[in-house]
Design a protein around this ligand. Structure first.
Ligand code: ASP
Length: 341
């Protein structure tokens, strides 16, 4: 999906410069095997409405001259508070039937960044990531330490049961059943493996993220997730890793990722897109295509990104069947997508 502003940047091939967008915002609600045949009209309408509600919050902030950081944070809050997405309220379950949440945010102007990993009681992890960025000397905090800091900073702390949703618990049960089945098959073949593939590709849906450009030319990006269903051993994905799940740099672009985190960490997806623009002179569209359609699948991973460049060009690139996504440009034009176009 591209917006009308796409291709307005002068590329090395010397494309004409169209006027720069005043501001822009793009969001995702996760990538994966999202197929129309598995979707009910009601479900589709629910996702569409929530995407619109979320992006409109960020759009209004940007339109009124607010910062891209505020737009990113407040937009993500709407999706974190919805059970539809694998972030905040709708976070997936770990193997131990707990919810461990990851988030990160980055300021493209200063290259400041904040991230939290594996928290179990912070209602809006993106708010914690922002506080870590702005109030602490650190970039990343994890587990109980991060929770203590959130409490000290006056963030909303909830009972871990707040994150319970029947739908996500059912997903965990399904993944565990598949895992047990796979283990049986492997045992019969007397192979010795510690990890089973158990539908791992479909264990991650609905991470949320946002990238925005504000009227001052500042870029920001943020990502928030429950990670992967059935994760264990304190597994941390790409979402809180600056450069993998989130990256923003006023000289290039702002990116938020979603997908199979292990591969996104190894491919340094978000930073790689920025680097291809900065060092190789690629457009955002070219850079995103290179990383998502070549680098990540060549390693064996899948997923997607949303990104905006310093001229307000927006790109949603994914190599999965679908990705929940939406854009709004400075004219207030809204585009929402779920499946491949
Ligand atoms: N990237 C997330 C993770 O691996 C999952 C997702 O985006 O759906 O934790």
């Amino acid at each position: 999906m591209e917006t009308a502003a796409e291709n307005s940047t002068a590329s090395p091939s010397g494309k004409a410069n169209k006027p720069k967008a005043e501001f822009a915002i793009i969001i995702h609600g996760g990538a994966g095997t999202i197929l129309k045949k598995n979707m009910t009209p009601e479900r589709e309408a629910a996702y569409t409405a929530k995407l619109e509600e979320a992006i409109t919050v960020g759009y209004e902030i940007l339109k009124n001259g607010g910062s891209s950081l505020d737009a990113v944070q407040k937009t993500i809050n709407v999706m974190e508070d919805s059970p539809l997405f694998n972030a905040g309220k709708g976070a997936v379950f770990t193997n131990a039937e707990t919810n461990e949440l990851d988030a990160s945010i980055m300021d493209g102007k200063t290259l400041n960044a904040g991230a939290s990993a594996g928290t179990t009681n912070v209602r809006n992890p993106i708010n914690l990531a922002r506080i870590i960025m702005e109030k602490s000397p650190h970039v990343m905090m994890a587990g109980s330490g991060a929770e203590t800091y959130a409490e000290e900073q006056g963030l909303i702390i909830v009972d871990p049961s707040y994150f319970y949703t029947e739908r996500r618990l059912e997903s965990l049960k399904r993944v565990k059943e598949k895992e047990a089945q796979e283990k049986k098959e492997i045992d019969t073949e007397s192979a010795s493996l510690n990890f089973y593939d158990a539908d791992i590709k479909d264990s991650k849906f609905g991470t949320v993220g946002c990238a925005a450009l504000d009227k001052n030319g500042n870029l920001a990006a943020g990502t928030s997730t429950g990670g992967m269903t059935n994760k264990r051993y304190g597994r941390v994905g790409d979402a809180p890793i600056i450069g993998a799940g989130t990256y923003a740099n006023n000289n290039s672009c702002a990116v938020s990722s979603t997908g199979w985190g292990e591969y996104f960490i190894r491919a340094m997806v978000a930073h790689d897109i920025s680097a291809l623009m900065q060092y190789k002179g690629m457009t955002l569209k070219e850079a995103a295509h290179e990383v998502i359609q070549n680098k990540v699948p060549n390693l064996g991973g899948d997923g997607g990104i949303v990104a905006v460049d310093k001229n307000g060009n927006m790109v949603a690139e994914f190599n999965t069947a679908g990705m929940y996504r939406a854009t709004m440009n400075d004219k207030g034009e809204l585009k929402i997508g779920i499946y491949k176009e």
